[in-house]
Design a protein around this ligand. Structure first.
Ligand code: ADP
Ligand code: ADP
Length: 231
């Protein structure tokens, strides 16, 4: 699903050039759950931006689903540390929000809106929020908001889910509940996941493969297949 071939990425700024990633290669298979771990500043977010096509490599090649990435990758869903729900919209409307980006002309939405609505309610059911569809984000806990955010990132059936520290802002108990929620979603829907985290337990609990990065230079220095069988 994802291939990086000897990728180098340098940012050019006022202070000169910063090489965030140096000669990095990576392969993530279809349906795999990959975790990327490493210290702050090692280039994890840069790797995410390269895979989703938000930035282009300085050297080397990035491929997603067999094609070189030359612009925004449409088959990817994304979620971040902040749930970023719109406070004046219900949970259901937040989950359906991507529909308005895909089809902004309200008149033509009809059947598509129904399909999104059904899928949104199904996803909210999987994460245990079916009864909160008509509530507002500010009425819910951080963990519940992040569950809704995961539903939103999955609403257009992405083949690839890119997660950048999605649980970092949650307390330890809620975080572990969300691991189970994410694993359920992954097992049911079968998408490929890349999870960036600096929580090694999280990586160990969730991932098939753990890629360890070093800083200076930002590089994947070790790749470990997780050997234990999972439920
Ligand atoms: P991580 O996500 O692992 O914390 P990043 O990918 O955000 O790491 O950053 C890797 C390195 O690149 C850091 O040294 C950071 O300061 C630098 N960097 C990130 N974004 C930019 C940018 N837009 N311009 C210049 N330097 C950047
Ligand atoms: P989470 O583990 O998702 O962060 P919490 O531990 O904060 O959830 O809350 C535990 C349970 O309490 C939730 O699953 C939910 O059923 C209920 N709950 C939390 N906040 C609210 C709320 N504002 N209104 C109604 N029920 C709530």
């Amino acid at each position: 699903m994802i291939r990086l071939h000897d990728v180098t990425l340098s940012y050019r700024g006022r202070a000169g050039e910063v090489t965030a990633l140096a000669h990095t290669s990576l392969a993530v298979g279809k349906g795999e759950f990959a975790a990327v771990v490493g210290p702050s500043g090692c280039g994890k977010s840069t790797l995410m931006k390269l895979v989703t096509g938000l930035i282009r490599p300085t050297k080397g090649k990035v491929e997603v689903d067999g094609a070189e990435v030359t612009g925004p990758v449409k088959i990817a869903g994304m979620a971040f540390q902040a749930a970023n729900l719109l406070p004046w919209r219900s949970v259901l409307d937040n989950v359906m929000l991507p529909l308005e980006i895909v089809a902004p002309h309200r008149g033509r939405l009809g059947r598509e809106r129904d399909a999104y609505r059904t899928r949104a309610l199904d996803l909210l059911g999987v994460v245990g929020l079916r009864d909160f569809a008509d509530r507002y984000p500010w009425e819910m806990s951080g963990g519940m908001q992040q569950r809704a955010s995961l539903c939103r990132s999955l609403i257009h059936e992405p083949e690839l889910l890119m997660l950048d520290e999605p649980f970092a802002a949650l307390d330890a108990f809620t975080r572990e509940e969300l691991w189970v929620v994410l694993r359920d979603l992954w097992q049911r829907l079968g998408f490929t996941v890349v999870l960036v985290t600096h929580d090694l337990r999280e990586a160990g609990f969730l991932a098939d493969t753990i890629h360890v990065m070093s800083a200076r230079p930002g590089q994947i220095v070790e790749t470990r297949r997780v050997a234990f069988p999972r439920p």
